[in-house]
Design a protein around this ligand. Structure first.
Ligand code: MG
Length: 205
């Protein structure tokens, strides 16, 4: 199983991290070993100094998907979930400045909390979902999937040009503004109305 991730998909998040507006999405991967469930701890490894949260809508594929049109795209998604794309921002920026990949910054153990999936039929419109993330009950991120630069069906179609998404694979679709640092002792809760939530304490190694 793989997790394909979209970077820079909300205009507001692009401007907050001072990147220029993309013509095509940035694609990267997280390993399945990063995933944890509701209630499990996000663990910050020794020497990692700036870990941040990113609430995202996750699409879970119900069948293999290759070369599909935008019109057919949603037929390949069986479930939705809330995903927290936890990121070691210190390592991510260092990698970016050195022209290296983000893999380590994004792929560490416990850096992929995900809620229990719900059937895609549970929501009326994937392009009108409220996302929210709280740290210790305080709201840090708020957004709506209507503000995506690249829509969900467009992303499914785009990825399918290059990568076969297999049954059970996950596509995470980017985060809105408000990313911030999380520290040991914090409790992080990512929420999407109508989809669910995932709450995780943060610990040091
Ligand atoms: Mg992300």
């Amino acid at each position: 199983m793989k997790i394909v991730c979209i970077g820079w998909n909300y205009k507001s998040h692009v401007s907050e991290l001072k990147s220029k507006l993309p013509e095509v999405p940035t694609i990267f991967f997280k390993p399945s070993s990063c995933m944890i469930k509701d209630g499990e701890a996000i663990i910050i490894p020794k020497g990692v100094t700036n870990v941040q949260h990113e609430v995202e809508l996750a699409l879970i594929y119900g069948k293999d998907c290759k070369h599909v049109s935008e019109a057919d795209a949603m037929g390949y998604v069986s479930h939705l979930a809330v995903f927290n794309d936890v990121s070691a921002r210190d390592l991510q920026w260092k990698a970016r400045d050195e022209g290296n990949t983000w893999d380590l910054a994004k792929g560490m153990d416990t850096f992929g909390p995900m809620s229990d999936p719900v059937p895609v039929t549970a929501v009326e419109n994937v392009q009108d979902l409220n996302l929210k993330l709280t740290v210790n009950g305080e709201v840090r991120q708020e957004g709506n999937t209507s503000n995506m630069i690249f829509t969900v069906p467009w992303l499914i179609s785009y990825v399918s040009r290059y990568i076969t998404m297999e049954e059970g694979d996950i596509l995470i679709t980017g985060t809105p503004e408000g990313v911030s640092e999380i520290k040991p002792g914090d409790v992080v809760c990512a929420i999407i109305d109508g989809v669910g939530s995932v709450t995780n304490p943060v610990q040091s190694e």
